[in-house]
Design a protein around this ligand. Structure first.
Ligand code: SAH
Ligand code: SF4
Ligand code: F3S
Length: 462
C-alpha cells in the first residue's frame, strides 16, 4: 500500500485569499532545488511566502534520510509544529522528500504525528498541487510514496536567488554504494534531455543569472540513459558557449566515472569553475571495496594528480566517512594518509550511520565503540583543518574574482562572496554588491574562509 488517495478529481484553483506558505529544507542541493519547485507550485496556486511560521497557512517540510541526524531533526521539528497546529486548526502541514520515500516511514510518522496532513515521497513531487488540495479536504493524513510521475519538465519554480541557479541534469542514482540510502529513495538514473538543459541555462543567462550549478548524484553518468550519444562533457561544452553566463559548477562527480574528456572540458571551458567536489569516502582499498565504490586509493590519487596537472589552481573538495562496519585503526590510517597525499581544500567528514535496507546495514562487524568513531572524526578533521589553512594561506596577496552572495552571516557590516574555486571571502564595501562580480585582494586566511579587500567595485559580466 503506497497510496491513500481518494479517487476524486479536484480542479486546481488558485487560492483567492491572502494565504501564505513556509518551506523548511533538510539535506542536499537536490532537496534545495525540489523546495524551489514546491514553492513555485504553491505560488502558482496563489500562496505567498509567509513572514513567520505563526503566519503560515501551509508549512512544507522537505526531508533527508542520508544519516540518522537529519531524520532526528525532522522528528523533533514535527513535534514542535504540533503547538502551531493547536493554535491554528486550519494550518496544513505537508512533509515530503527522501525520508518519506522509505518504506513504512510515512505510515510510522503518520501514527506518531497526527497533526501532519500530507506525506509525499520524492516521486510524488509533480503531484504536489493535487495532493495538497486533497489533503485539505481529507480527514486522515494522505500518504503518496508511489514510484511514478517521473516527468519533471515544465514544473513551476520559485528560484531563491536572482543570480545563481540550481539546474538538475540527472535525477536518481544507480551506484548503490553499500552505505547509501539515496538510490532507494531517489530511484534510478534519469537524465534530462540535453536540449532542455541548454534551453533552461540560456534562458537563465538572458534573465541575468551569472552562475549555474548543475546537479546530479553522479553528474558523470549524465546521458548514458539517453539515446542522444551525448555525455556530460558534451553538455559542459555546450553550456560553456552560452553568452552572459560567467560561472558553471557541478555536483557531484563519482571518481569511477571521471573521464579524461571531462577533465579536458573543464580545462578548455572558460566558464567552468576551477573546483571539483570528488568524494573519496575512505582511503583503504578494503573499505572502498566493501563500500562498493569501484575505485582504489591509487586510482583516486591518480585522478587528483591528473586534475592538478590539467587545471592549475583547481580546488578539490571531498566527502569522507569514518566508522564504516569493520573499519580498523589501520584502515583509518589509510584515510589519513590519503588526505595528506591529496591535500584537499576542504573535506566534509561524517561518522557512518547505518541506513535501513542498505547492504552495509547488514554487514557483520565488530562494532567500533562510539567514542572511537568520534575520536577518528576528530583526528581526521584536525588534519584536514591544518591542510585547509595551509592552502588558504598561499592565497594571501592574490587577486581573485568573487560573485557576491550578500551580507556576511556573522557580521552584517561585511559582505561575502565566492571565488571561482568556491572559497568564501568576506570583505567590506559601502554599497550592496549582492549578485555582482567583483575583484578583491586576499588579505588574511583562516581555515574556513578568507578575508579580502575590494579592488574594483563591480565588473560587467563576461
Ligand atoms: N551522490 C553524492 C552524495 C551522496 S550523500 C556522492 O556520491 O558523493 C553525501 C555524502 O554523505 C556522501 O558522499 C557520504 O560521504 C555521506 N553519506 C552517505 N551515506 C552515509 C551514511 N550512511 N553514513 C554516513 N555518511 C553517509
Ligand atoms: Fe549514494 Fe553512492 Fe549514489 Fe552517491 S554515488 S548517491 S554515495 S549510492
Ligand atoms: Fe538527503 Fe535525499 Fe539529498 S537523502 S542528501 S536529501 S538526495
Amino acid at each position: 500500500m503506497a497510496r491513500e488517495i481518494q479517487e476524486m478529481e479536484l480542479p486546481l484553483q488558485p487560492e483567492s485569499g491572502d494565504k501564505s506558505y513556509l518551506t523548511i529544507t533538510f539535506g542536499c542541493q537536490a532537496n534545495e532545488f525540489d523546495t524551489e519547485v514546491l514553492a513555485g507550485m504553491l505560488e502558482s496556486l496563489g500562496y505567498r511566502p509567509a513572514a513567520s511560521p505563526e503566519e503560515a497557512d501551509i508549512i512544507v517540510v522537505n526531508t533527508c534520510a542520508v544519516r540518522r541526524k537529519p531524520e532526528e531533526k525532522v522528528a523533533a521539528l514535527l513535534g514542535r509544529l504540533k503547538s502551531l497546529k493547536e493554535k491554528k486548526e486550519s494550518l496544513i502541514i505537508a512533509v515530503g522528500g527522501c525520508m518519506i520515500q522509505q518504506p513504512d516511514v510515512a505510515a510510522e510518522l503518520a501514527r506518531r504525528f497526527r497533526h501532519v496532513n500530507l506525506f509525499f515521497g520524492t516521486h510524488a513531487l509533480p503531484r504536489f498541487p493535487q495532493l495538497l488540495q486533497q489533503a485539505q479536504v481529507n480527514r486522515r493524513p494522505l500518504i503518496d510514496i508511489e514510484e511514478n510521475g517521473d516527468c519533471r519538465e515544465g514544473l513551476p519554480m520559485r528560484r531563491s536567488s536572482s543570480f545563481r541557479a540550481w539546474v538538475p541534469v540527472i535525477y536518481g542514482c544507480n551506484n548503490f554504494c553499500s552505505y547509501c540510502i539515496v538510490p532507494y529513495v531517489r530511484g534510478r538514473e534519469r537524465s534530462r534531455p540535453f536540449d532542455e538543459i541548454v534551453r533552461e541555462v540560456r534562458s537563465l543567462a538572458e534573465k541575468g543569472y551569472l552562475e549555474v550549478t548543475l546537479l546530479g548524484q553522479n553528474v558523470n553518468s549524465y546521458g548514458h540513459d539517453l539515446d542522444e550519444g551525448r555525455d556530460f562533457a558534451d553538455l559542459l561544452e555546450a553550456l560553456d558557449r552560452i553568452d552572459g553566463l560567467s560561472r558553471i559548477r557541478f555536483l557531484t562527480s563519482h571518481p569511477k566515472d571521471l573521464s579524461p574528456r571531462l577533465i579536458k572540458a573543464m580545462r578548455s571551458g572558460s566558464k567552468i569553475c576551477e573546483h571539483l567536489h570528488l568524494p573519496a569516502q575512505a582511503g583503504s582499498n578494503r573499505i572502498l571495496q566493501l563500500m562498493n565504490r569501484r575505485y582504489t586509493r591509487e586510482r583516486y590519487l591518480e585522478l587528483v594528480e591528473r586534475l592538478r596537472e590539467a587545471i592549475p589552481g583547481i580546488a578539490l573538495t571531498t566527502d569522507l566517512m569514518v566508522g564504516f562496519p569493520g573499519e580498523t585503526e589501520e584502515d583509518f590510517q589509510q584515510t589519513l594518509a590519503l588526505v595528506e597525499e591529496a591535500r584537499f581544500d576542504q573535506a566534509f567528514t561524517f561518522i557512518y550511520s547505518p541506513r535501513r535496507g542498505t547492504r552495509a546495514a547488514e554487514m557483520k562487524k565488530e562494532e567500533i565503540p562510539a567514542d572511537e568513531k568520534r575520536e577518528r572524526l576528530r583526528r581526521l578533521a584536525r588534519l584536514q583543518n591544518e591542510i585547509s589553512l595551509q592552502i588558504n594561506r598561499t592565497l594571501v596577496g592574490k587577486r581573485v574574482e568573487l560573485l557576491v552572495e550578500g551580507k556576511s552571516k556573522n557580521n552584517p557590516a561585511m559582505q561575502s562572496g565566492r571565488t571561482r574555486t568556491n572559497k568564501l571571502v568576506h570583505f567590506a564595501a559601502e554599497e550592496d554588491l549582492t549578485g555582482k562580480l567583483v575583484e578583491v585582494e586576499i588579505t588574511a586566511a583562516y581555515t574556513w574562509y578568507l578575508a579580502g579587500k575590494l579592488l574594483e567595485p563591480a565588473k560587467a559580466p563576461a
